[in-house]
Design a protein around this ligand. Structure first.
Ligand code: ADP
Ligand code: GLC
Length: 469
């Protein structure tokens, strides 16, 4: 069985968020003696591209809306990332130093058409085409409706929704960019007067998955306008919890860490990482260290963080470290707090993969006050590295974290995204930190939980098999 994952991101090549981590790990865990799982993504003009070498496996011309571009399909020549990876190189459209911009319609449409054009040329076509998020959402439509892709109709497609907030809407003026299809089918790509690639994929894919079971249920109630569609299509929808790549995310072997450790020397190992963080960011090592890592957007509750931090820092003897970037206003407010709380608060506004690993390995608590969290990988990394997650019970956070007040609990949960509830949860964290014997016991329990991809990769394989029969 040949699985082809189609995605805009893939770790370690191009990462904006968790989508990259998933697409960079799942194929490794799916591949075995009978299954080969591969990825195709755009070629970006980024650090990875500059540092590696590629080989052209196919080159042709692509005509979109009457405009002809040359495009190439490349493979990686000098490196083994654990699975086969292909790149679509369309110099004028895709080869940018960013993954996403404000106007991605033409870029990702060209990418999707190029992928299908290339599949058409393969002697051995994929057994399953697995699309990720709206950037690849028109693929199931084009495979079933476009005349030129007619022979791909019998290949089953799976759509995984990592985030239904973003749907890739564009105007009907651009419909002519899609290769010819029976115009009577235009309703399939339409949602409320715009072309909606995510809605089209939900309608056309053979199976739709979300990245946690709870998120699937939540989407039926609120999916940025698509809730009725998801309820209507519920027979083909299922939630499969993401996993983490245990080869990349393992405190015993993680090269980014200042000190490696396992459960048996967690105390001394984590101390080295926390010391480094406190020195680097001028924080007091003796106080409990709370951290936030992520995109500074409303979904993550980031707009409340400045007020939460101010309140908590005035009230409690704690340190706080933030790593993230996003809305300008939130970034500014978070930066403004640095001087006011020098010695107990700091922020790195930006993206830094290494720093994120050291934070999981050194911070005592990881905050995730998300309004929406389809799965969330941060809390699973935190568990594995022994940083107690403080989460809002929603989506994947609800599916992975049990509050310490419950039997077998190991994290701290709150129900609402308010300054009051978040700071209350942090206070509970301070109390837990003061009870060091309980704190250490919980940490050991967290580190023993297996969130690797093993189980979920099998769930996907069962889905693929069910579509083949
Ligand atoms: P999302 O995909 O919604 O952003 P996830 O929890 O699924 O959230 O995944 C976020 C991923 O991105 C994690 O690997 C996290 O460590 C990483 N990450 C987020 N922001 C940053 C940042 N500023 N610097 C480094 N890594 C980051
Ligand atoms: C999205 C979601 C996040 C999820 C990630 C990987 O970015 O926001 O919750 O963990 O995709 O599936």
């Amino acid at each position: 069985m040949e699985i082809l994952h189609i995605s805009a991101e893939c770790y370690p090549i191009a990462k904006v968020g968790g989508l990259a981590d998933v697409v960079g790990a799942l194929p490794k865990y799916q591949s075995n003696s009978t299954i080969s799982s591969q990825v195709i993504m755009p070629l970006y003009n980024n650090k990875f591209t500059k540092e590696n070498t590629f080989e052209t496996v196919y080159e042709t011309k692509l005509t979109i809306g009457g405009k002809v571009s040359i495009y190439r399909i490349l493979t990686l020549k000098n490196k083994d990332i654990g699975f086969n990876i292909f790149f679509v190189d369309i110099p004028e459209l895709l080869f940018n130093d960013f993954v996403y911009s404000n106007d991605d319609t033409d870029r990702f449409l060209a990418f999707q058409i190029a992928v299908l054009d290339w599949i058409m040329t393969l002697n051995e076509k994929p057994t399953i085409v697995h699309c990720h998020d709206h950037h690849t959402g028109l693929i199931p439509f084009m495979m079933t409706q476009c005349k030129k892709f007619k022979i791909l109709r019998s290949i089953p497609t799976v759509l995984t929704i990592h985030n239904a907030q973003y749907q890739g809407w564009f105007s009907h003026n651009k419909v002519s960019l899609i290769p010819e299809f029976n115009i009577e089918s235009v309703g399939v790509i339409d949602w409320d007067g715009s072309v909606n690639p995510l809605a089209a994929a939900i309608k056309c894919a053979w199976k739709v998955t979300t990245v946690s079971p709870s998120y699937m249920e939540e989407l039926k109630l609120n999916a940025n306008g698509l809730e009725h569609l998801l309820s209507h299509e519920s027979a083909k929808c299922v939630g499969v919890l993401n996993g983490i790549d245990a080869e990349v995310w393992n405190p015993e072997t993680d090269n980014y860490l200042v000190g490696n450790y396992s459960v048996s020397n967690v105390q001394s190992g984590r101390k080295m990482n926390k010391k480094w963080l406190c020195k680097e960011f001028n924080l007091d090592f003796e106080k409990p260290l709370f951290a936030f890592i992520g995109r500074l957007v409303g979904e993550k509750g980031a707009d409340l963080l400045p007020e939460v931090f101010k309140y908590a820092l005035e009230k409690e003897k704690i340190s706080i470290l933030l790593l993230g970037s996003g809305h300008d206003e939130v970034e500014e407010q978070l930066n403004d707090l640095i001087d006011a709380f020098s010695g107990s608060y700091n922020a790195f506004i930006g993206y830094d993969e290494r720093l994120s690993h050291i934070i999981y390995g050194g911070a005592d608590f990881l905050l995730m006050p998300s309004r929406v969290e389809p799965c969330g990988l941060n809390q699973m990394y935190a568990l594995k590295y022994g940083s107690v997650p403080i989460v809002r019970s929603i989506g994947g956070l609800k599916d992975t974290i049990i509050d310490i007040n419950e039997e077998e609990g190991f994290g701290i949960c709150h129900d609402e995204v308010t300054v009051h509830e978040i700071t209350n949860a942090m206070e509970r964290g301070v109390a837990l930190y003061q009870d060091q014997s309980k704190f250490r016991k919980i940490r050991k329990k967290m580190m023993g939980i297996d969130h690797s991809w093993n189980a979920s990769a099998l769930e996907y394989i069962d889905i693929y098999k069910s579509l083949k029969n």
